[in-house]
Design a protein around this ligand. Structure first.
Ligand SMILES: CC(C)=CCC/C(C)=C(\C)COP(=O)(O)OP(=O)(O)O
Ligand code: MG
Length: 430
């Protein structure tokens, strides 16, 4: 099939930051010490919460962000104010539309610490939605006709545009969109409600993983493996999405992604093993499983989607790894909270944090749910504090941009869960 994509963007050398102009005098910015755990912000200054860049009033639970160090604010909320238009994360292929307020669709979970995002650019949403459907139908034969409504209801275009506002082109967004669809196809078709089962999951996941991490074998067996990558929708989707990713990602970015996907598959296996024996883990054990069965592979491609590269040695720093893990865990608990009623309604017992807290700590459903909100909030605040600390310790442009990309992904993920009323609805606890 003819390749409709524009010429690939040349990969940036390690440490480069693509079209990102450095924040002003980064090296001289006064980096405040990281806020203490549990205190994502410093106290709101006298001139009030309306003064901060992300201090819009957005309903109960929305974060009220006071003054942090300029670098921390730049990371967590982005540049704002007079003269900062040029500090947008990357030049885009088309003029940015004015950013309207976040839409009214869906309600945020009361008390959930989050940051509202601007409504994603509708022109980009429409184009990603069009291209992702064409890919799903024409390139990988992802789903039968009867699943079309669910595919559309997932709203992957809106999701990815909200999570990657700095993507320089629609094709960069498509890298994230294809992977998101492929990851959900594996979850749905191998693990969950579209024919999935814990039985035999390990074999299926391992063979699908070879679509991301190729088999190196003898000439006799190689064709069998190559053929297998076309055998079902999850493998077709993984193979194709990875092929596109490899056109943009550098070797260490690709390997980072493979590692994150191996983590994800390990998490699926633990969840499946517990389901098979109807075992409810302790709360900390559940949180360990959910750190692997996690959105992590999505925010960690933020640099590839943004058209730059966070060098491997900076990505591997233990403090950066902690930031990434905290972000992944907070985003994944957002899913547990927004998908709570959907999972209660599904056949069998579906583990999520409120369910596990209720069972293992012997508290009523409502109390368990509210405690899960608090667990999420603590992880969010720790993420923000640790991101600010990494920014202070290592204020390189690629580090700051990556941290900002992860923070924006966290916010976009919340926005998508809140606004996806096709998939999710809130319990009646307030
Ligand atoms: C996109 C991606 C890497 C997903 C991996 C893990 C995953 C499927 C989730 C974090 C979503 O959780 P869940 O399976 O509970 O999804 P729904 O609640 O059914 O939306
Ligand atoms: Mg869920």
């Amino acid at each position: 099939m003819p390749d409709p994509r524009p010429a690939p963007v040349q990969p940036s050398p390690p440490g480069a930051v693509g079209a990102l102009p450095a924040p002003p005098s980064l090296s001289t910015l006064p980096f405040a010490p990281a806020p203490a755990p549990g205190a994502g912000t410093v106290p709101v200054p006298e001139d009030g919460p309306g003064d901060g860049p992300a201090a819009e009033s957005a309903g109960e639970g929305a974060a009220v962000v006071g003054r942090q160090s300029p670098a921390a604010e730049w990371i967590l909320r982005g540049p704002s104010g007079l003269g900062t238009a040029g500090l947008r994360l990357a030049r885009r292929e088309e003029p940015a539309a004015p950013e309207p307020e976040a839409p009214a669709a869906g309600n945020p979970i009361p008390g959930l610490y989050h940051h509202p995002v601007p409504e994603p650019d509708p022109a980009r949403v429409e184009e990603v939605s069009r291209r992702i459907k064409a890919w799903a139908l024409d390139e990988v034969e992802l789903y039968p006709e009867e699943w079309e409504e669910q595919f559309d209801g997932f709203s992957v275009g809106r999701y990815m545009v909200a999570c990657h506002p700095d993507a320089p082109t629609v094709e960069h967004l498509m890298l994230a969109a294809r992977l998101m669809v492929a990851e959900n196809a594996v979850d749905d078709c191998y693990c969950e409600d579209h024919g999935g089962s814990p039985i035999g999951l390990g074999g299926r996941l391992l063979l699908a993983h070879t679509a991301l991490d190729a088999l190196h074998t003898t000439q006799e067996y190689h064709p069998h493996w190559a053929q297998s990558l076309h055998a079902d929708a999850p493998r077709r989707a993984y193979r194709s999405a990875m092929e596109y990713l490899l056109q943009e990602a550098g070797p260490s970015q690709a390997d980072r992604f493979r590692h994150d996907m191996a983590r994800l598959h390990l998490g699926y296996l633990a969840e499946a093993a517990w389901a098979q024996t109807d075992h409810v883990p302790e709360v900390w054990e559940y949180l360990a499983m959910r750190q692997f069965n996690n959105f992590r592979p999505c925010p960690t491609i933020t640099d590839t989607v943004g058209g730059y590269e966070l060098p491997a040695d900076l990505h591997a720093r233990p403090d950066m790894q902690r930031v990434i893990a905290l972000a992944g865990n907070a985003t994944t608990l957002v899913n547990d909270l927004y998908s709570y009623t959907k999972e209660l309604a599904a056949p069998g017992r579906h583990l999520n944090l409120p369910v596990v807290i209720a069972e293992r700590e012997g508290v009523p459903e409502r109390e368990a749910y509210l405690k899960a909100v608090e667990v999420h909030n603590e992880l969010m605040r720790d993420f923000e504090a640790e991101a600010a600390a990494v920014a202070a310790a290592c204020p390189l442009p690629s580090v700051l941009r990556f941290l900002r990309g992860v923070a924006v992904w966290v916010d976009g993920n919340h926005y998508w869960h809140q606004s996806n009323t096709y998939r999710y609805s809130l319990p009646d606890f307030w």
